[in-house]
Design a protein around this ligand. Structure first.
Ligand code: BGC
Length: 449
C-alpha cells in the first residue's frame, strides 16, 4: 500500500515534467498551424509557470482547510481537463488557456504532492522523498521529449499535447481511492481515522507505534499559534533562510534551464543542427542527461554535502553557458556539435546541483511550524522567475540575439557562484530537529538580549 501511494504521489511529479517538457517538440509544428508573435510564443510557453503561480496560492489557502486528498483530486481534474483542452486547441488563445489550466494543476500539486508523500511515509524514508519527486519531474520531461520525437514524423502535435491525459487519469483514479494524510487527520481532530489510515498504510505497525506517531504529530503542532505566524519571518535567522531559499530558486531559474528545456529544438536549429527529427533526438539526449544525472546527484548529495555541490554546479554552469554564448557569437554551422556538447555539459551541472538543491534546501531549512509557509514562498519564487525567463526569452533572443541572452544567463551563474560561496549553508547529516533547535536557541537568545 505504502509503495502504491508513494508511486501515486510521485506520479504528480511525472505529470509536472511531461507538461513542462512537451512544448519544446510541439512548438515547431504548432508554428506551422498557428501564427505566433514573439510575445504570444513567450506567453504560450510561460502560461504554465504563470498558472502555477496561482496554483501555489490556491494550494496554500486550501490544503490545511480541506485536506491533502481533495486538493490533489482537484489538481488531477485540472491536469486532465488542461491536457484534453490542449489536444483539442483551435487557436493560439485556446492553447494558452489550456496551458494556463495545466499550470494551475502543477502549482497545486508541486506543493501538495510532496507534502502528502512526506506525511504518509515513515520518517526513515522521508529524506528520499524530495529527490524522488525531482527525479520523477526529470523522467516526465524525458518521456515528453520521447513522445514528441515519436510523433514528430507525423507532425501530430495534438497527440503530443494530449499524451499527459493518460497519467492525469491514472492520478485521478489513484487519488480517489487513496486515504487522507494521517497528519492532516490528527490536526483536524479525526484521530480515529488517522489510526485506521496508519494501520492500512503500514499493516505491520504495532498499536504502540501508532500511539507514538499520533502523539508526535500532536506535539509537532505548536500550542501557541504565534509560532506559526508570518511575522516570525522578521526574526533575523528565519528572514535569512527565507531570502536564501528565494534566491536559490531565482538563481536556478535565471541559469536559463527552462529556456533550454522549452526551446531546445529551436536553439539547436539556430546553432546549425538541421532537421526537426535530429533536433528532437538531441533534445531527448538533454532529457536523458537531466534524468540520469539527477540519480547521480541523489547518490552523492549526502556524501559530498550541499554546499560544495552547489558551488561546483554554479562554476560548471557558468563555464558551459559562457562557451555557448561564445559559440553563438562565432555563428559557424560547423560548430553546431560543440554547441550541443556545451548544452549537454550545462544540463549535467544543472542536474547534479542547481536542479535538486533548492528543493532540498527548501524542505530542510524551515522549522516545522513554518515549513508550509516557507516552502510556499520559495516555490512561488520558483514559478515567478520561471515565468519571467521563459516569457522573456523569445523577445530577448529576437532583440539581443542568442549570444547576449546566453551571456546573461552565464553572468547570473557567475553571481550564483559568489552567492553560494558566501551564503550556502551545509545541512548534510544534520537532522531537521537539530535545525529546528538551532532556530529556537537563536530565538531564545534574541528574546533574552
Ligand atoms: C526546476 C524546474 C526545471 C526542472 C528540470 C527543477 O528543479 O525547478 O524549473 O524544469 O528542474 O529538471
Amino acid at each position: 500500500m505504502l509503495i502504491l501511494l508513494a508511486v501515486l504521489a510521485a506520479m504528480f511529479g511525472f505529470l509536472f515534467g511531461t507538461d513542462i517538457g512537451v512544448i519544446s517538440g510541439a512548438l515547431p509544428f504548432l508554428k506551422k498551424e498557428f501564427v505566433f508573435t514573439a510575445q504570444s510564443e513567450g506567453f504560450m510557453t510561460g502560461a504554465v509557470p504563470f498558472g502555477a503561480i496561482f496554483g501555489a496560492v490556491v494550494a496554500l489557502l486550501t490544503v490545511d482547510r480541506f485536506g491533502r486528498r481533495p486538493v490533489l483530486i482537484f489538481s488531477s481534474i485540472l491536469f486532465a481537463a488542461g491536457s484534453l483542452a490542449a489536444a483539442l486547441a483551435f487557436s493560439v488563445w485556446s492553447l494558452m488557456l489550456a496551458r494556463l489550466i495545466i499550470g494551475m494543476a502543477i502549482g497545486v500539486s508541486s506543493l501538495v504532492a510532496p507534502m502528502y508523500l512526506a506525511e504518509i511515509a515513515p520518517a526513515r524514508i522521508r529524506g528520499a522523498v524530495v529527490s524522488a519527486f525531482q527525479l520523477m519531474i526529470t523522467i516526465g520531461i524525458l518521456a515528453a521529449f520521447v513522445v514528441d520525437w515519436a510523433f514528430s514524423y507525423s507532425g501530430s502535435w495534438r497527440f503530443m499535447l494530449g499524451f499527459s491525459l493518460i497519467p492525469a487519469c491514472i492520478c485521478l483514479a489513484g487519488i480517489l481511492r487513496a486515504p487522507e494524510s494521517p497528519r492532516w487527520l490528527v490536526l483536524a481532530g479525526k484521530e480515529k481515522d488517522a489510526r485506521t489510515v496508519l494501520k492500512t498504510v503500514q499493516p505491520d505497525i504495532s498499536t504502540d507505534r501508532v500511539d507514538t506517531i499520533v502523539r508526535e504529530i500532536e506535539d509537532s503542532h505548536p500550542s501557541d499559534p504565534s509560532e506559526e505566524s508570518w511575522s516570525r519571518f522578521r526574526e533575523p535567522r528565519l528572514r535569512g533562510l527565507l531570502i536564501f531559499s528565494v534566491a536559490a530558486f531565482f538563481l536556478q531559474q535565471f541559469s536559463g534551464i527552462n529556456v533550454i528545456l522549452n526551446y531546445a529544438p529551436q536553439i539547436l536549429d539556430k546553432a546549425g543542427l538541421s532537421g526537426i527529427a535530429n533536433e528532437l533526438i538531441a533534445t531527448a539526449g538533454i532529457g536523458a542527461i537531466n534524468m540520469l544525472v539527477t540519480i547521480l546527484s541523489m547518490a552523492v548529495v549526502d556524501k559530498v554535502g550541499r554546499r560544495p555541490l552547489f558551488i561546483f554546479g554554479f562554476a560548471g554552469a557558468f563555464a558551459s553557458l559562457a562557451i555557448i554564448a561564445l559559440l553563438f557569437q562565432l555563428d559557424n554551422p560547423h560548430l553546431a556539435l560543440l554547441t550541443l556538447i556545451a548544452l549537454f555539459a550545462f544540463v549535467f551541472f544543472f542536474a547534479i546541483s542547481l536542479g535538486p538543491l533548492p528543493w532540498l534546501y527548501m524542505s530542510e531549512l524551515f522549522p516545522l511550524a513554518l515549513r508550509g509557509k516557507g516552502m510556499a514562498v520559495a516555490s512561488l519564487s520558483n514559478w515567478i522567475c520561471n515565468f519571467l525567463v521563459v516569457f522573456l526569452f523569445p523577445a530577448l533572443a529576437a532583440s539581443l540575439g542568442e549570444s547576449m541572452t546566453f551571456g546573461m544567463f552565464a553572468l547570473c551563474c557567475a553571481f550564483g557562484l559568489w552567492y553560494a560561496w558566501s551564503f550556502a549553508p551545509e545541512t548534510r547529516g544534520v537532522s531537521l530537529e537539530e535545525i529546528d533547535q538551532a532556530i529556537a536557541d537563536q530565538r531564545t537568545k534574541s528574546a533574552a538580549a
